[in-house]
Design a protein around this ligand. Sequence first.
Ligand code: 5AD
Ligand code: SF4
Length: 459
Amino acid sequence: MTDRFEIRTFGCQMNQHDAEKIRNLLYHADFREAASDDPRDLVLIHTCSVRDKAENRLYTELGWLGLEKRDNPELLVGVGGCVAQQEGARLLRRFPQLDFVFGPQNLRHLPQLIDLARQRRRTLRIDYEDDYAARFELPERHPEFESASPGRAFVTVMEGCDLFCAYCVVPKTRGREVSRPSSAILREVCQLAESGVREVTLLGQTVNAYGRARPGRVAGELPFAELIRRVAAVDGIERVRFTSSHPMFVSQELIEAYASLPELCPHLHLPVQTGSDRMLQAMNRRHSRDDYLRIARDLRVARPDLALTTDLIVGFPGETREDFEQTLSLVREVGFVDSFSFKYSPRPDTPALRRSVPLVEPQEAQERLEELQQLQRSLTLQAHQRRVGESCEVLVEGDSRRGGGQKSGRCPYNRVVNFVTNPPLPTGSLARLQIIDATPHSLLAVEPDDAAVASLPLI
Ligand code: 5AD
Ligand code: SF4
């Protein structure tokens, strides 16, 4: 009988994409995904350590798996991702139910780790991979492997980070910044386009640093803006996105790409973290508030309808009420369509942890977070309401979380659009719809013919 696996993933898009790569690798190793009531032979937890919440979830899950393993000693349990890299051997020591631990750079060794686990040998594989090209090259999609998102795909173009923002564990868990050869990226995009993919998201921790020559390392052959151009030129590719970017690497060429490349979606996720120059400096972000505002202005000159989203941290050590108000005012001034905001979470081995600046009171940090999120909700709702009546192109992703037979997809601005059509549109297809309503979370759309009916006054 075929062995069955389950994979549980926490974390960012990079981590979600790594989980997809792992699923594909497991298909090649003759595993198949367990249905919800199937017995499982292998459970993998793919972790994130950017904030302590995700890390704590891992420990809870491992507790449950320990109990399960008492009843089913054959069950294999592995942990991958950023917590695996960070904690390494400590995990194996602390959790006897764990068979193997592997870091984000060691995905391709997974089949070997599983073999060893079957021989009851517990292994740790968290070495930083020196063979950069090999690290990115994994087997092609297995014929039976179904993507979780037909019509769109993520493509890793670089990994790691050399910036060392004071709060961030990523340079430690994902290692140094490495760009993948451009030729390999374009080859993968061509294969994806042939298999029906219409939208590609280029992925990397500081994706727009792509191609930067770093001492002792091979740079990508093309500058980032040129890479985007080549990806957009691939037959069948209609939308290009990239995430996550850093303000320091928004080059003139990238801004120009927004002006001249219709395939480059009018949305940019550009983390700013804080609106206070004092905090930007304390965080080692390497840019000022004014730099960010100038970049936002230049981008909007190039693409007037550009939707900007961002990441924000509140309660970084030393943040005063005045600093926080600078964040509120920046959010208003830029008019972010959406943002992800977090309370500062102290992480192991980060520069901020070594400083003696006092933490912001948890209660105060919580209040700041709520105030910021309330402001963002109202800005998001306003941005959504401005779009009611517009026509928009949606890439269909599947059933809507709202149920009721609704489908869901994303518009070029990366907003969730819910809709019902008759007949239902297939997942992965592109459709032109008309927006008829807005909430802080999503837009509601109908087929253009229905829009006239939907907008008639109800008597
Ligand atoms: N505490 C809180 N938020 C963090 N992020 C990264 N590290 C931390 C931390 N220690 C946030 C940043 C980043 C996003 C991916 O997670 O906003 O952009
Ligand atoms: Fe972390 Fe800063 Fe690198 Fe982003 S740019 S991964 S926040 S160190």
